[in-house]
Write a protein that binds this ligand. Structure first.
Ligand code: HAM
Length: 419
């Protein structure tokens, strides 16, 4: 027997109310902030992700699903959406639109991650990108949007963690200082730490193994290495957040797992038992567009995981989502009533109602079927009803029934659906 591939999951009908809940909350908040939806292909030229996300990141090193197609093109299932949205921005000349261009998305992503609770190989993100404006007010807007989306889904007590990793020149000076700091402790860094030291020293800061060691805690902070412009941007952002009443915790160890970030980086953590991982994260990526061959274009965005959100919702028990009522069931007894019942089902649907034909079994078992699909009403049609031109309409909750002229039934049932 086949099973869904490791790290993937089927989203069964009974889970769909949670997905609808998340997607409609995201859509509602996106529209409030003036963001429009964008969809991009599930796969892109591998180059879109390689350099932007970063050749030395875990995502590119270990987690991409890359393949050569039958025409020989090198393709990658998107591990994230930001680089793909930037590719679309360039391809469609969105530079000529009023800036910033505000876009949001809800889409599956693919990472060959180690599967565990809240971590999958096919997972879904919702997120947003504001492209073409360097104003720290846009950083504040993005952070506020992210908090609002996560909150509107039902997660409470969110912690916003914030850092600034500077512009590329600032970061080069900072990374040099970091290496200087860690070099005397090279032997204590462990295999993974030594690799990070050599290839991507910034990532030493989010090493779980090193946390707590005194030399690790004493590492220099990126915010002490900001150039004049990045520093002014940072101060203004913090001022705007204060102005908006958005609380934050500064954490100089927050560096994010993707290489394209400049200046502002942030993550949002829900205070849920068992949820050690971020609900979402993002930051500014002022250099990404140039890596894709475009003109310098400042931008900022964020993304959050939907499976994680649903897991946390269920843990917290804030949102109890019931499955909606099922369709009307049309039951029958005999061949001629069945033929008429099929027409009734069609008539209800064409009036905008929802209806299904009961399976051909005894009437009693058809009623049980109606119960199990949560039908609010059942129409019953036997030879006698047919002869009299009526149908019995049974209300399942009230266990009461009335007779209705057959021709009137579709309109009455469609009215149940509302406008
Ligand atoms: P990221 O931090 O890699 O950022 O992913 C964002 C969120 O996606 C995470 O906080 C988490 O909720 C969810 N996520 C990531 N990996 C998995 C996984 N394997 N299973 C389940 N959920 C996962 C980005 O992807 C950036 N593109 C965010 C961004 C947008 N930055 C700027 N604009």
């Amino acid at each position: 027997m086949y099973q869904a591939p490791r790290g993937t999951a089927d989203i069964l009908p009974e889970q769909q109310p949670y997905w609808n809940h998340v997607c409609s909350a995201v859509r509602r908040i996106a529209h409030r902030y003036g963001y429009e939806r964008i969809d991009t292909p599930v796969f892109e030229d591998s180059g879109v992700f390689l350099r932007t996300v970063g050749e030395d990141t875990d995502i590119v090193q270990k987690e991409t699903y890359s393949f050569k197609d039958r025409g020989g093109d090198e393709l990658t299932l998107r591990p994230e959406k930001t680089a793909a949205v930037c590719r679309a921005y360039l391809e469609h000349g969105m530079r000529n639109l009023p800036q910033p261009v505000r876009l949001y998305y809800v889409a599956p992503m693919f990472r060959y991650d180690r599967p565990q609770a809240g971590r999958y190989r096919q997972f879904h993100q919702y997120g947003a990108e504001a492209i073409g404006d360097a104003d720290p007010a846009v950083d504040a807007e993005m952070i506020q949007l992210a908090l609002d989306m996560i909150r509107s889904i039902g997660l409470r007590r969110l912690t916003l963690v914030l850092n600034n990793i500077g512009d590329p020149a600032d970061r080069a000076r900072y990374v040099a200082a970091l290496k200087e700091h860690f070099r005397p402790h090279f032997a204590e860094l462990g295999h993974d730490g030594q690799r990070r030291f050599e290839r991507n020293a910034l990532r030493l800061l989010d090493s779980k193994e090193l946390a707590g060691k005194p030399f690790f805690e004493a590492a220099p902070k990126s915010t002490d290495f900001l150039g004049l412009e990045a520093k002014a941007h940072w101060d203004r952002l913090l001022g705007y957040l204060d102005n908006l009443g958005i609380a934050y915790r500064l954490d100089h160890r927050l560096v994010r797992g993707l290489d394209y970030y400049t200046r502002t980086v942030f993550e949002i953590f829900p205070e849920v038992e068992g949820a050690q991982s971020a609900a979402g994260g993002g930051g500014r990526y002022d250099g990404l567009m140039e890596q894709l061959g475009g003109k310098p274009t400042p931008a900022i965005g964020f993304a959050a995981g939907i499976e994680r959100a649903i897991l946390n919702l269920q843990r917290e028990g804030v949102v109890q989502l019931a499955r909606p009522a099922g369709p009307i069931v049309v039951a029958y007894n005999g061949a001629a009533p069945k033929a008429r019942a099929m027409l009734l089902v069609s008539a209800v649907r064409s009036k905008g109602g929802r209806a299904v034909l009961a399976p051909e079994r005894s009437l009693k078992s058809q009623m049980r079927y109606a119960d199990s699909v949560r039908a609010p009403k059942v129409l019953i049609l036997g030879p006698q009803e047919l002869e009299r031109g009526i149908v019995t309409m049974r209300d399942m909750a009230a266990a009461a029934q009335v007779e209705v002229p057959i021709d009137e039934a579709p309109d009455r049932l469609a009215a149940l659906e509302g406008p």
